[in-house]
Design a protein. Structure first.
Length: 125
């Protein structure tokens, strides 16, 4: 039964151990016969891959298996990066600096202009 459990977890999204269809029952019987005949787990999986193709496996072998695992991981990392870029201004707002302090002569001229504008506005009232 250990071999059926191990092989069962490699086949499709629902293992032959869990699935309650007639086909799954036939597959369980076939696996049992193959185990009794001395077939290894790799030989049994190879038999089913030959019969049904790579789609019989939960995680395909080789490059396809790597892609199945890598694509969601890369998509998740990229998504988190983009969310970080969008949320960064909200988390770390930039402080608006008043800018460099003007030289004292400019500050005095601006103060004189401001005073003159206030006087002229007062005369208009």
């Amino acid at each position: 039964m250990i071999v059926i459990n191990g092989i069962g977890s490699s086949v499709q999204c629902k293992t032959i151990r869990e699935h309650q269809s007639e086909v799954a029952e036939q597959m369980r019987e076939k696996v049992t016969q193959m185990v009794v005949a001395g077939k290894s787990e790799k030989e049994i999986i190879a038999y089913y891959k030959t019969k049904y193709g790579e789609t019989i496996l939960v995680t395909p072998d080789g490059a396809a298996g790597t892609i199945v695992v890598a694509v969601p991981a890369v998509a998740l990392a990229l998504g988190l990066f983009l969310v970080g870029l969008v949320l960064r201004p909200a988390i770390h707002p930039r402080t608006m600096a008043a800018g460099p302090t003007p030289p004292p002569a400019v500050a005095a001229v601006d103060a004189q202009r401001l005073e003159r504008i206030r006087r002229e506005l007062g005369e208009l009232s």
